[in-house]
Design a binder for this molecule. Structure first.
Ligand SMILES: *Cc1c(COP(=O)(O)O)cnc(C)c1O
Length: 336
């Protein structure tokens, strides 16, 4: 099975397993795990923030950020196809008591500054008031689009001018950085917090990191504990996370393979795929996406339905050139 369902299906390699076994650990809830502390400092450095916090998942990182930035009863401006809005079980309402104000980004998921200005609500005797803007890069549902830092800056600045904090869901921010050939820290200039996943294309078994100012991270640490995310000897997770961070440079290979995969898929009758910007290929089909996914699985290729007529394939560090060719053969047989 060539598993292209997601870039989260990677298995830690021997180096990661050894690093986990040998990690120096302590009780991280007491701030005493040296490996966690090292990872947090390292990620803060890479992202150009003052501090950072290890969390078990990207979802928790986003939800902790929302809760930390907002008060109950406020509104959050979210892109309609964003992970925070669409794929986190309504957590914004459940955990933070915040109501969502979705806005439609463009076809690449870019939210324009005017949209932020239009969606902004000033609190008064009747209106809740905007408490947060969340952005996403790369944009998963739009097919892993790598949004330019200037576009992030512009939307974020529109919020911050109104005193509204900004969170960046950067689950795949390093993919955006690799695709646009800019350092990851360039994306965080105008945002108040950013979440990155170590467990996607970078290959760590578990872990995401939420980064921001010292004051933000201090409050986020309390929220993480509240949500049950205070972990003890988490150096076991942080050690492979440190190795995963070193995998940033090889994300460009995933992008190259995704381009090859998309070009091949586009040649197959009944399927169409645009050139991907990063590691996510979205194939369009006239047939039912569920049926295509089932047929691909029978031919040894894992993919997921991404809407009624869209199928997503992700490249990742456990997929090599040969796997891409074999996957294309499998997809071709599947839709034949
Ligand atoms: C995967 C993903 C998340 C959540 O990460 P988990 O670790 O799966 O909880 C958040 N945002 C985006 C854009 C994602 O793709």
């Amino acid at each position: 099975m060539i598993d292209l369902r997601s870039d989260t299906v990677t298995r830690p390699d021997d180096a990661m397993r050894t690093a986990a076994r040998d990690a120096e650990v302590g009780d991280d809830v007491y701030g005493e795990d040296p490996t966690v502390n090292e990872l947090e400092a390292r990620v803060a450095d890479v992202l150009g923030t003052e501090d950072a916090l290890l969390v078990p998942s990207g979802t928790m990182g986003n939800q902790v950020a929302v809760r930390t930035h907002t008060e109950r009863g406020e509104e959050a401006i979210l892109e309609r196809e964003s992970h925070v809005y669409k794929w986190e079980l309504g957590g914004v309402a459940q955990h933070s008591g915040v109501q969502t104000r979705p806005v439609d980004g463009d076809e690449r998921g870019v939210v324009a500054p005017e949209q932020v200005r239009d969606a902004y609500v000033e609190a008064d005797g009747h209106r809740a008031g905007t408490g947060l803007l969340a952005l996403e890069n790369t944009h998963n549902s739009k097919g892993g689009t790598a949004i330019a830092p200037e576009a992030i800056d512009a939307a974020a600045a529109a919020a911050r001018e109104r005193g509204v904090p900004v969170h960046l869901d950067g689950a795949r921010l390093f993919n955006a950085a690799a695709a646009l050939e800019v350092p990851a820290e360039r994306f965080t200039r105008e945002v108040d917090s950013v979440m990155v996943c170590l467990s996607k294309g970078l290959g760590a078994p578990v872990g995401s990191v939420l980064a921001g100012s010292e004051a933000f991270v201090e409050r986020a640490r309390r929220v993480r504990k509240l949500m049950g995310g205070g972990m003890r000897q988490a150096g076991i997770l942080a050690a492979p996370g440190l190795l995963a961070l070193e995998n940033r440079d090889r994300l460009a290979e995933d992008h190259e393979r995704a381009r090859r995969l998309a070009a091949g898929i586009d040649q197959i009758g009944g399927l169409a795929a645009d050139e991907p910007e990063t590691n996510i290929v979205v194939a369009r089909t006239d047939a039912s996406a569920d049926e295509v996914v089932a047929a691909c699985e029978r031919e040894g290729v894992g993919c997921v339905a991404f809407g009624e007529h869209r199928v997503r394939f992700c490249t990742h560090w456990n997929v090599d050139d040969e796997d891409v060719e074999r996957a294309l053969d499998g997809v071709e047989r599947a839709v034949d």
